[in-house]
Structures are given as C-alpha cells and as structure tokens.
Design a binder for this molecule. Structure first.
Ligand SMILES: [Zn+2]
Length: 379
C-alpha cells in the first residue's frame, strides 16, 4: 500500500527559480520526445512503439544537444520520459487519449523518485531535502513520516502561486484494534454527519465563512479583466488582474484544505472507534436530487467522506457498508413502525406505536446501522 501525503513548501527565491526551471525542462523533454515519436510514426507507420528503455537511452544525446538540461534534477527528466512512455502504454490499451503536448498553461509539476537519500526530512521535519534544491523549508505534516518509506515526490505550483509537494510513502497495513462496535451514519446539511451513537459532527459552513472574501476578490478579478482587455493587455501581463486571480485561487484552496482536514479528523475518529461503518449509498440517496446550494456544497463533503472512509477502512482493516437509505427517516428504529413522511422542520418526534422519543437524524442513523447489520448477516 502507498499513501500520498501533501504538504506546503516555502522555497527561497533561488530554489523557486530552480523549480520553475525544472517545470520548463521536464516539459521540454516531454514535448521533444513526443514530437519525435509523432514524426517517427508519420515516416513509417509499421514501426513498433519504442520501449521506455529505448526512449530513456536517448536522454544523454538530448543532453549533449541541449546542455542546459543538466542544470536540473536528472531523475525528474527521466520521470518525465517514463510518464510519457506510460501514457502511450495506456493509450494503446484504450485507457486514455493520445498524449498531448504540454503547455505552460497546464498545472505545473514534476515528479522525482528516490535515489539513495536524495529526498529526506530533517529530524523535526521542518525542512525537506530535494534533489538540486537542497534543504527546503516545509510545513511539517501532522504525522511523522519515516524517511526510509519515502518513494517519490511531486513538486507542484498551485494556481495561487504557492508551492506544495506530495510525497508517496510506503505504508504497512496497520490494522487497528478491534472494538466490536458497528455504527450507522446519517448525512445532513446543518450537521454534516450524525452517528447512531448520537454524536453530531457539525457542518463547517465554509462557503458562508468565505463568501464575502470570495465575492470581494471575484468582483475585482472580473473588473480588472475587463480593464486589461480594454487597454489591450495580454491577461498574462496584467499584473493587477493576476493578483486578483491568485487571491481567488488562494481562497478556494483554503476552503478545500479546511474541508480535507476536517474530514480526516472525522474519519480517523470513526475507524478508530468502530469495526463496521454503515453509510448511505449516495447514488440512491435522495439528498443529491435536491439542487439547493447548501446541499450541493454539502454533497462535495459527503463524497469526500465516503472516499476517505473507503481507503481508511481498507488500510486499518475495518469494514465499510453502503446501504440504500430508503425511508430511513420515516420508520422507528426501535419497533419499525412507519409513521410516514415528516417535514424537515420536525427535528424530534415520538413513535405512535412504542412511544420512543426520537431525534430525527439519530433515528435515521440507527436505521442505517440496522440495515447494515442485517446485510452483514446475509453475507
Ligand atoms: Zn416505535
């Protein structure tokens, strides 16, 4: 099993220059090789595709021709060729489209794999050593990363201009202790997740929190775009427009990061506490059919929650069940009596049959848990 861990890095000017150069050079080698392969095919359509070994044997020749290619991490150059080769393989198998030339407009990134100790953290993990860059300041990850487990690193520049790395780490499947407990989870809007044990995880309401800021910068971005166009500027050179665009991107990144952090916290708590986790299947859920803004925003979090739960259960040896949430908010989790549809405003109700007092959401979570338990028995 491999895990990807993302963290921010803060390169100094010199390091940032080298990163930019590496983006450019890895893109150059990709385009150069792709151009060559295209031409080779045009000249003789019966020739077989070159293997990765053959392609990479051409790198030294290119380096002689373009001596500046030596200024950047040589592994990154190799990885770029490897990726091109893999993309072709996938294309021939029908998994993806024909490889395209890369342009500066695309997301900027390069990959480098471990060679000896060329990628490693210092003991307190405030710095990471990267090929050709030396020690780069970074934001330490929440969990300690063992240097021996690092496989590769991808250096990226976000739309906001900030730099991040994602580190691929080999992880042993750490099976968590069994607790013998099963939980059902109901998804909601004002409370993001409600467990059958009665715990409510409130919504972060990030879109409300950042609405003003976002609106402020989006307005400026649009205005500055018009201004730059009217003045005949290329948008690339319109500094004020670019500044606003980066601010907008930064706020979106912040929202996405906060959402991710929160979901990691919730899911870790769940897999540590329970052996079997039952959630409603979002495909059959009627929650998604509602196009109200708050719901469509919440649905992004629900999907992320389910994706993260899926792999965490896998890693930690727990079980995730997805069940059809049909009528789970209608019947009583105690006696099974169906008391019909209830308007959303009703948060509490009493079962007319067994007189149990229910919290609407917790009752639904209990029903989801019960459906899951029945399914587990059938299997
Ligand atoms: Zn009842």
């Amino acid at each position: 099993m491999y895990k990807g861990i993302e963290c921010k890095i803060y390169p100094n000017q010199q390091q940032a220059d080298i990163i930019q150069m590496t983006f450019g050079h890895t893109r150059f080698i990709w385009n150069q090789m792709l151009g060559m392969l295209n031409e080779r095919y045009q000249n003789n359509k019966t020739l077989k595709m070159l293997s990765y070994a053959r392609l990479s044997s051409l790198i030294p020749q290119l380096k002689r021709e373009y001596a500046w290619l030596k200024d950047v991490d040589s592994v990154a150059i190799q990885c770029s060729v490897k990726r091109l080769s893999e993309t072709f393989e996938r294309f021939f198998k029908g998994f993806c489209r024909y490889p395209k030339f890369k342009s500066k407009k695309h997301q900027q990134s390069y990959l480098s794999t471990i060679r000896g100790q060329n990628i490693r953290f210092n003991p307190n993990q405030r710095y990471i050593k990267l090929p050709k860059l030396g020690w780069v300041k970074c934001k330490p990850s929440v969990r300690h990363i063992e240097n021996e487990r690092i496989q590769s690193v991808t250096v990226k520049q976000r739309a906001s201009g900030k730099y991040t790395i994602s580190i691929l780490v080999a992880s042993e499947n750490q099976v968590l202790a069994k607790t013998g407990k099963t939980v059902g989870i109901d998804l909601g809007v004002s409370d993001f997740a409600i467990t059958s044990a009665g715990h409510k995880y409130p919504s972060q309401k990030l879109h409300l929190k950042y609405q003003k800021q976002l609106h402020y910068w989006e307005k400026r971005m649009a205005r500055r775009r018009e201004k730059a166009k009217a003045a005949g500027f290329d948008l690339k050179d319109a500094k004020n427009y670019q500044k606003a665009r980066q601010q907008v991107a930064r706020i979106h990144e912040k929202i996405a990061n906060k959402r991710k952090d929160y979901i990691h916290k919730v899911t870790t708590e769940l897999v540590e506490t329970y052996d079997v986790i039952v959630v409603e299947d979002l495909k059959t859920s009627n929650l998604l059919k509602d196009h109200k803004l708050a719901r469509s925003i919440a649905s992004q979090s629900w999907r992320l929650l389910r994706d993260v739960l899926t792999y965490k259960c896998e890693i930690y040896g727990k079980q995730l069940l997805c069940v059809n949430p049909y009528k789970t908010s209608q019947y009583c989790s105690n006696c099974g009596y169906d008391s019909g549809k209830k308007p959303l405003a009703i948060r509490h109700w009493t079962c007319p049959s067994c007189h149990t007092n229910h919290d609407r959401d917790i009752n639904a979570a209990e029903n989801i848990r019960n459906i899951g338990l029945k399914q587990a028995l059938v299997k």
